[in-house]
Design a protein around this ligand. Structure first.
Ligand SMILES: [Zn+2]
Length: 226
């Protein structure tokens, strides 16, 4: 398929999944038609924001960092409240891990849609996935489909939310990154919940990332950096 003349906006967090999506968008829409936004939502690891900027620069697309400073004021999650330690255990039955920031993806995609609207962009790309993850309900296909309907109605736009990773395992996501030529950019990504570089290797995010690369039989470029 030749690159579309239509523009795409990628929600880039600085992590492995959104970076893969950035390359997916470049492949699908063309580099010149792809741009990215990153949300500064008061995340405990400011490193993510630098990573996103570096990845966008590496990929040759623009990146704008937009502030949303309300999540930290809401409290209760380990990603914006530095007094709460990240739960390293698997999710207990019937509950979400304390890394869940309620409504985060819904808010991100709503702001992204508004940003896109002002720039004549209808394609949004996000790295959410419902497989292999922590069970975050705002990453489910059903949530995203409903949100797309809401956004189309609410801002009178033909907005399309693309979720290239929705049904992929972490292994398949790593394979996709490899196929798209995104592996060099993986050295610039940040995944670790502890916010350390090199990554801690023990937190749920590190363990999941390592599992994906191991199953794909591909060395993680971030670890090769050591
Ligand atoms: Zn870690």
């Amino acid at each position: 398929m030749p690159p579309s003349k239509e523009k795409a906006l990628v929600v880039l967090s600085g992590g492995q999944d959104s970076t893969t999506c950035l390359y997916w968008a470049i492949n699908r829409f063309g580099r010149a038609q792809t741009c990215s936004v990153t949300f500064d939502y008061g995340q405990r690891h400011r490193l993510e924001l630098d990573c996103a900027a570096n990845i966008a620069e590496h990929a040759g697309v623009s990146n704008e960092c937009l502030p949303i400073d309300t999540f930290a004021a809401l409290g209760g999650d380990a990603l914006t409240d530095t007094d709460i330690a990240v739960e390293n255990n698997a999710v207990s039955a019937g509950s979400l891990p304390n890394t869940f920031v309620p409504g985060r993806n819904i808010v991100f995609l709503t702001f992204a849609a508004a940003y896109a609207y002002q720039r004549g962009i209808v394609h949004l790309v996000t790295g959410v996935a419902q497989t292999d993850y922590s069970g975050y309900p705002d990453c489910r296909d059903e949530t995203i489909s409903a949100l797309q309907t809401t956004l189309r109605l609410g801002i009178e736009s033909d907005i399309v939310i693309h979720t290239p990773l929705m049904h992929l395992s972490k292994k398949q996501t790593v394979e996709m990154a490899s196929d798209l030529g995104a592996l060099p950019a993986m050295a610039l990504t940040h995944t670790c919940y502890e916010g350390v570089r090199p990554p801690c290797g023990d937190c749920p995010a590190c363990v999941l990332r390592a599992k994906g690369f191991a199953e794909a039989g591909i060395p993680d470029p971030l670890l090769a950096e050591r």
